[in-house]
Design a protein around this ligand. Structure first.
Ligand SMILES: Nc1ncnc2c1ncn2[C@@H]1O[C@H](COP(=O)(O)OP(=O)(O)OP(=O)(O)O)[C@@H](O)[C@H]1O
Ligand SMILES: [K+]
Ligand SMILES: [Mg+2]
Length: 708
C-alpha cells in the first residue's frame, strides 16, 4: 500500500513524549481523573497517603512505619497515576500527529466562488462554507471537500492517498466526490462545497482522537463499569483487612503493617485493575489512529470497534474482487446475424456510454474496423448491406444511459429501432416485453460464456436479439488469499453483483468467497443486509454510489469510498481515502486488533492483580498472623519491602505495556475460540507469573541496595 512517509509516527518520538509528559501532569486535575474510576481511586488514595506522610513528618509517633518508607510509597503511587496519564496522552499525541499530517493538505488557497451574478470571484478558501459553488481549473488546488456539479477532470490525490497516478472525477456518476487539498491536473470543474468550515470528515476524526471531545464507545464504557465494580470489591476487601490487622495486633502485641493507611492504600492500588485502567483509553485511541494510518476516516470510535465483531462482509464483484476494467473481447452472433452486425450494434449502443464496459466495446469495434478485411473476415463475413463504417450522428439519437436498476444501456434512434445492450436477464425480459423471441441457441451461448466467468451482454435491435458481447474481467491478484484470511478470522464473505448467476458463480468459485448474490439491484443489497441483521449478524459493506447509500446506512459498518458521492459518504460510518474496495479487510483487522488488545490487557491486568494478592497479603501479616506463614512462599525480605516491591511493580508494568497498547497485539487470523484459548494462555498465565517474578526481583534489588 502507498502510505505517505510523513504519516509514519515513531512509537517513541521524542517530541511526542515530551508533549505527553507535560499533558500527563495537567491530567492530574480531578475533573480529568474522575472519568477513569480506577485511577481516580488511586489518586484519592495517594492524597490520603500524602497527608499521613505529612503527619508522620510532624509527629514521629503517629505511625510505626518509617518516614522513608512512606515517602517512597507516595512517590511510586504518584508515578502510577502519571504513567497512566502518560499512556493516554501519548496515544492522543500520536493520533493528533497522524491527523495533523493529513490536515496539512488543507492549506489555505485561493478559491473562485460563484457570485449571485454568476461570475466567479476569488476569495480565501478558509471563507468557503456549505453550499458555495467554486470553479477549479487545471493546476489549481481544490479548496474544500465537495461534489462536482459540472465537468470532468483528472485529479492528483496523492496528497491524501499517497497514490501518484491521477484519478478521474466527474459530475453525475459515482466518482463525483472531491477532497480539499487535492489538485486538478487537467480541465475545469465546478464544485459544490459539501462541508461547513471545520466540519469535514477529517475534522470529525481529529476530534475523536483528541481528549476533550472524545466519547467512550459502548464497549469501553461497559468495561469501565466492570473495572469500577472490581475496584469497589477490593475497596471492601481492603477495608475489612483493617479490623483483622487490628485484632491480630491486639492479641499478639506485635505492631504489624496492615493498620496504617498508606499501607492499606498501597495494598488497594495493587489489587485493583490499575494496569487496564491505565491503558484502556490509550488502546481505544490507538485503534482510531491505526484506522487513520490505513487512510480510513472513521466517524466514530464505535464504528472501528464494531468492525472487529463483523460476521458478514458484502463485497462488490466488479472492481473489488475483479480488476474492474471489464473489457469486450469477442462478438458472438445469434441466428442469422453476423459478428459484424453485433459489433456495429454494440458499438452504436455504446455511442455515449462512458462506463469502462461501453468504452471497451467501442474500442474493440474500432480495432476490427481499422484492421480492415482481415479483422472483418475474422469476425465473420458481413451481410453486405451493413458494413462497419462509423458512429451514428449525435443528433440522430437519444442516449439511454446505463443504470444499476435497468442494467441496460443504448440509444433510441429518431429513425430506426432502438438499440440496447445489457445484462442477460434484463435484456431477455426487455425483448420479450416488446414481443420478440429468444432465438434458439442463444441461452446456451450465454451460459457457455458465463460459465467461464466472463460477462455476456446481450445486444438487440428493436425486439430482435443480434448476439452477445463477451466482457472479460480478471481476478485481482492475491484476492483468494485475502478471502482465505477472512475465513480464518471467522467471517463470511458474500459477493454481490448485478451480473448473471453463472458468471457470479464462476467468479465466486475462483475467488473463494462463501456466497454470492447475482442479478442484484441496490434494493436487493439492502434487503440482504436486513435479513442478515435479523438473524443477529453484524454486516459490513463498502460502496460508492448514491445507489449504495441506503445499504451503507443500514450496514453496521458502512465504508464509503472517498471518490464516491456525497450521499454515500454521509450514509456510511467510515470513509476510505484510498477508495480501495478491498480496504474492508483492513477495516475488520483494525477493529479485531483493537478488541483483542483490549481483551488481552484486561486478562493480563486481572490475572496480575490476583497474583499480587498472594504475594503481598502473607508477607503483610506474617508477623501478626503466623497461620499465614504457610502461604508465604515468596519469602520477601521484609513486610515493607514486600509492599514497596508490589507497588513499584504495579507502577512500572504500565509503561512496559504502553507499546502493546499503542501498537496492538499481533493479530493472527484464527477462529474466535482458538483466539480466546491463546489469549487466556499467554495473557492469563503470563499475568499470573509475571508479578511473582517481578516482585521477587524488585525485592531482591531493594535488599541489595540496602533499602529493604
Ligand atoms: N455499460 C453497460 N451497459 C449495459 N449493461 C451493462 C453495462 N455495464 C454493466 N452492464 C450489465 O449490467 C450488469 C449490472 O451492472 P452493475 O454495475 O450493477 O453490477 P456489476 O458491475 O456486474 O457488479 P458490481 O455490483 O460488482 O459492480 C452487469 O453485470 C452487466 O451485465
Ligand atoms: K493493580
Ligand atoms: Mg458495476
Amino acid at each position: 500500500m502507498n502510505r505517505r512517509a510523513s504519516k509514519q509516527v515513531r512509537l517513541w518520538d521524542r517530541e511526542l513524549m515530551r508533549l505527553a509528559a507535560v499533558r500527563a501532569l495537567v491530567m492530574l486535575r480531578p475533573d480529568f481523573m474522575w472519568k477513569n474510576p480506577v485511577m481516580f481511586v488511586v489518586e484519592i488514595g495517594t492524597v490520603l497517603s500524602l497527608l499521613m506522610t505529612v503527619q508522620k513528618a510532624l509527629d514521629a509517633t503517629s505511625t510505626p512505619a518509617t518516614l522513608g518508607y512512606l515517602i517512597a510509597l507516595d512517590a511510586w503511587l504518584i508515578a502510577t497515576i502519571l504513567f497512566a496519564n502518560f499512556a493516554e496522552a501519548l496515544a492522543e499525541a500520536r493520533g493528533k500527529a497522524q491527523a495533523d499530517a493529513l490536515r496539512k493538505t488543507k492549506q489555505a488557497t485561493t478559491a473562485f466562488r460563484r457570485q449571485s451574478s454568476g461570475k466567479f470571484e476569488p476569495i480565501l478558501s478558509t471563507e468557503l462554507t456549505l453550499g458555495d459553488v467554486v470553479a477549479v481549473e487545471a493546476g489549481q488546488m481544490i479548496p474544500a471537500d465537495g461534489e462536482i456539479l459540472e465537468g470532468v477532470a483528472s485529479v492528483d490525490e496523492s496528497a491524501i492517498t499517497g497514490e501518484s497516478a491521477p484519478v478521474i472525477r466527474e459530475a453525475g456518476g459515482d466518482r463525483s466526490g472531491v477532497t480539499g487539498g487535492t489538485r486538478v491536473l487537467s480541465d475545469r470543474i465546478v464544485i459544490r462545497v459539501t462541508v461547513k468550515p471545520g466540519e469535514s470528515f477529517l475534522d470529525q476524526m481529529i476530534a475523536l482522537v483528541e481528549g476533550a471531545k472524545r466519547k467512550r464507545t459502548p464497549n469501553e464504557l461497559a468495561l469501565s463499569i466492570v473495572l469500577a465494580a472490581f475496584t469497589l470489591i477490593f475497596l471492601i476487601v481492603t477495608a475489612t483487612l483493617w479490623p483483622l490487622a487490628r485484632y491480630a495486633e491486639n492479641s499478639t502485641g506485635i505492631v504489624g503493617l496492615g493498620t496504617d493507611i498508606p499501607t492499606l492504600v498501597a495494598l488497594l492500588v495493587c489489587l485493583i485493575p490499575t494496569t487496564i485502567g491505565a491503558l484502556l483509553a490509550a488502546i481505544g485511541i490507538a485503534g482510531m489512529d491505526r484506522a487513520l494510518r490505513a487512510n480510513i476516516i472513521a466517524k466514530s470510535g464505535k464504528a472501528v470497534e464494531v468492525a472487529g465483531d463483523v460476521d458478514t462482509l458484502l463485497l462488490d464483484k466488479t472492481g473489488t474482487i475483479t480488476m474492474g476494467n471489464r473489457r469486450a473481447t469477442r462478438f458472438l452472433p445469434a441466428g442469422a446475424w453476423s459478428a459484424v452486425d453485433v459489433a456495429r450494434l454494440a458499438a452504436w449502443a455504446s455511442a455515449a456510454d462512458e462506463t469502462p464496459e461501453g468504452k471497451s466495446i467501442v474500442e474493440l469495434w474500432k480495432q476490427y474496423r481499422d484492421s480492415g478485411d482481415r479483422g472483418l473476415s475474422e469476425l465473420g463475413s458481413s451481410n453486405g448491406h451493413d458494413a462497419i463504417t462509423g458512429m451514428p450522428a449525435p443528433e440522430t439519437f437519444r442516449v439511454v444511459p446505463f443504470s444499476a436498476h435497468t442494467r441496460m444501456s443504448g440509444i433510441d434512434r429518431l429513425a430506426g429501432e432502438p438499440i440496447r445492450k445489457g445484462a442477460t436477464d434484463a435484456m431477455l425480459a426487455y425483448v420479450q416485453r416488446l414481443g420478440g423471441t429468444v432465438p434458439a441457441g442463444v441461452r446456451e451461448q450465454i451460459d457457455a460464456v458465463a460459465s467461464e466467468g466472463a460477462t455476456p451482454l446481450v445486444v438487440a435491435e428493436g425486439n430482435r436479439i443480434a448476439g452477445i458481447v463477451v466482457l472479460e474481467d480478471i481476478l485481482k491478484p492475491g484476492i483468494r488469499e485475502r478471502f482465505e484470511r477472512l475465513r480464518k478470522m471467522g467471517l463470511r464473505t458474500v459477493m454481490v453483483t448485478g451480473d448473471n448467476p453463472l458468471t457470479a458463480q464462476s467468479i465466486a468459485q475462483q475467488a473463494g468467497v462463501d456466497d454470492f448474490i447475482a442479478e442484484a439491484t441496490p434494493e436487493a443489497k439492502l434487503a440482504y443486509i436486513r435479513r442478515e441483521q435479523a438473524s443477529g449478524k453484524l454486516v459490513a459493506m463498502m460502496g460508492d454510489g448514491t445507489n449504495d447509500a441506503p445499504a451503507l446506512a443500514q450496514a453496521d459498518v458502512g465504508v464509503a469510498m472517498n471518490s464516491g458521492t456525497q450521499a454515500a459518504k454521509e450514509a456510511g460510518n467510515m470513509v476510505d481515502l484510498d477508495s480501495d474496495p478491498t480496504k474492508l479487510i483492513e477495516v475488520v483487522e483494525v477493529g479485531k486488533q483493537l478488541l483483542m488488545t483490549r481483551g488481552a490487557l484486561t486478562t493480563f491486568s486481572i490475572a496480575n492483580d490476583m497474583a499480587k494478592y498472594f504475594a503481598i497479603v502473607p508477607a503483610l501479616f506474617a508477623g501478626t498472623l503466623p497461620g499465614l506463614k504457610r502461604l508465604d512462599f515468596m519469602q520477601l525480605t521484609s513486610p515493607t519491602s514486600a509492599i514497596l516491591s508490589a507497588v513499584i511493580f504495579n507502577a512500572i508494568i504500565i509503561p512496559c505495556l504502553i507499546p502493546i497498547a499503542l501498537k496492538g497485539v499481533r493479530y493472527r487470523p484464527v477462529g474466535a475460540d482458538a483466539l480466546l484459548r491463546r489469549n487466556l494462555l499467554i495473557w492469563g498465565l503470563g499475568g499470573v507469573i509475571t508479578p511473582f517474578v517481578g516482585i521477587k526481583a524488585i525485592d531482591w534489588l531493594l535488599a541489595a541496595l540496602g533499602l529493604a
